[in-house]
Design a protein around this ligand. Structure first.
Ligand code: SF4
Length: 259
């Protein structure tokens, strides 16, 4: 698989399937994907922990300076965007200054464009860190990953690189009191090493039970869009995604489906 890594702190803007015109911020190193998950579908490729020793992050000052320059240019040129999105080469909440960067991003974007939204795409594994949890509460769209309500399935799809507890994650997701977006990737697999079908009845029932507890403001469901590190993964059709979405809508959850 050709590994895709962002080569800048600020990237785009790109027209996002789910967010509109989005300016991306990559808080992670440019030469290695840095994540505590190792998802079978990750567009950045497999996680390679042997490369994490001595890793260095961009400093908050560098990131904010780059964002300031970009937004100030937009202002000068009469351009704008819909959203600033924290994503990039791995899990943004692993950046040691994540909460301070969020605070300064809010201040900078208010200086130029108060109506731009801020979103964070995260795997929800750092919510036990109070500072991360509080920072995510401040952004307009904290979009947190939950690919299954069954821990065994998470262990196959997302392959956590630490001891993962689905109960703890669902409990933390519920503590946002509904001020959270959930994103779920649906997929199947023909690969015997990764037996996956998170669209089965058992899976959907467990996922809906989790959603009942979390009561997300918004739910984003989607399927594969790019080449994946694991072979044999199968994209879910738009019809099937819509059938799944209807089940979540019965819980009065607003659902966005991306085909
Ligand atoms: S959580 Fe995101 S960055 Fe991390 S492995 Fe999964 S898809 Fe890749």
């Amino acid at each position: 698989m050709a590994t895709f890594l962002f080569d800048k702190i600020i990237f785009g803007p790109v027209k996002s399937r789910r967010l509109g015109i989005s300016l991306g911020i990559n808080l992670l190193p440019l030469d290695v994907k840095y994540c505590n998950f190792d998802c079978v579908y990750c567009e950045c490729g497999w996680s390679d922990k042997s490369k994490y020793k001595g890793i260095s992050f961009y400093k908050k000052g560098e990131i904010i300076k780059a964002l300031d320059e970009k937004l100030s240019n937009y202002k000068k040129n009469g351009e704008s965007i819909d959203v600033i999105t924290f994503a990039g080469n791995g899990e943004p909440t692993l950046h040691p200054q994540f909460s301070e960067i969020i605070d300064e991003t809010i201040a900078i974007k208010n200086k130029y464009f108060a109506d731009i939204k801020i979103s964070v795409l995260s795997n929800a594994t750092m919510l036990h860190k109070e500072k991360v949890f509080e920072a995510l509460k401040k952004v307009d769209m904290n979009i947190l990953k939950l690919d299954s309500g069954i821990e065994k399935t998470i262990n196959i799809i997302n392959r956590p690189q630490f001891e993962y507890s689905i109960e703890n994650i669902i409990q933390k997701l519920s503590s946002f009191n509904g001020n959270v977006y959930i994103q779920t990737m649906f997929l199947k697999s023909l690969n015997k090493d990764f037996p996956i079908d998170n669209t089965s009845k058992e899976e959907i029932d467990a996922w809906l039970e989790a959603l009942k507890k979390i009561k997300p403001k918004n739910l984003m469901i989607y399927s594969l869009d790019r080449e994946t590190p694991a072979s044999g993964l199968v994209k879910i059709s738009l019809d099937e995604l819509n059938r799944i979405a209807d089940k979540a809508r019965e819980l009065n959850i607003n659902v966005i489906v991306s085909g």
